[in-house]
Design a protein around this ligand. Structure first.
Ligand SMILES: [Zn+2]
Length: 269
């Protein structure tokens, strides 16, 4: 289970337009400020653990919320500093963002995360190797399979573990609605919440039936709102209706995958 706490980071922050658009800023700020505590309560109710991918600009501005995430036993991992578009960044720029993020995580939260989700949904050909050399163990950025896999490596050591998540189970595709600019383009209505819940449950049940690894791309600011929480509640009920589901943080999935392939000495600190 994974959530992205983007807050107000993203394209509007990167191009500077956020400064003049307080409405957009507050839509984003709602995530860490109001939605995260509500989501943490629901996860606790169902004894679920998760990974939270957090841009470090959000860490700097809502450190108490991030501390609450960690206190509850969840994982925090890399998601850029201001949600940079990695595919448009040079390898040097990507590395600079990673170093900056690492410093913020260390100074503000006292942690050294081992996971990464690309903020833009894409990255460049060099990124997987760059991240591994930086000390990252796993990514949840690409697609390609319904269970983890290794990115290629040529030095005998395991490549970056990929824990794929896809837009099929991204709450933006079903529940996001923004004006000016319109997003998603062409979608002018929020769908029936029960239909969204049914879709997500069906996705989960398919993965469960075949014994696969189901990874979500949910955003507290989108789906952890008072009414929409019922969708997540329905999903969590479906997960807890089975007694053979391993609900884990991504770092634990990565460690399991390494162990499974004979890399037990690659222990995640
Ligand atoms: Zn994001």
């Amino acid at each position: 289970m994974a959530f992205d706490v983007d807050g107000p980071t993203g394209d509007a922050m990167l191009d500077g337009s956020l400064r003049d658009n307080l409405r957009y800023f507050t839509e984003g700020a709602y995530g860490p400020w109001r939605a995260v505590p509500r989501l943490l309560g629901l996860l606790e109710e169902y004894s679920l653990v998760a990974t939270f991918f957090v841009p470090t600009w959000v860490v700097e501005h809502w450190p108490a919320r991030c501390e609450a995430i960690l206190r509850a036993g969840h994982e925090i991992a890399y998601h850029g500093h201001r949600h940079e578009v990695f595919i448009d960044c040079t390898p040097d720029q990507q590395l600079e963002i990673m170093h900056r993020s690492a410093a913020v995580f260390r100074q503000r939260l006292g942690i050294g995360p081992v996971g990464f989700r690309t903020p833009s949904g894409d990255w460049s050909l060099q990124t997987a190797a760059l991240l591994r050399d930086f000390g990252i163990v796993y990514s949840s950025s690409m697609r390609g399979d319904d269970r983890p896999y290794f990115h290629p490596s040529s030095d005998g050591k395991p490549g970056l573990v990929e824990i794929p998540g896809r837009w099929d189970i991204d709450d933006y595709t079903a529940l996001a609605y923004f004006e000016d600019p319109d997003f998603p383009v062409g979608l002018d209505r929020i769908p029936d919440f029960r239909a969204v819940e049914r879709n997500w449950r069906a996705e989960f049940e398919g993965f469960h039936r075949d014994g696969l690894c189901w990874t979500t791309i949910f955003h507290p600011k989108v789906s952890a709102k008072p009414g929409r929480l019922a969708i997540l509640r329905g999903l969590f009920e479906a997960i807890r209706a089975h007694d053979d589901v391993w609900v884990a943080r991504c770092r634990d999935v990565a460690q399991w995958w390494l162990d499974l392939h004979g890399f037990s000495d690659e222990v995640i600190a």
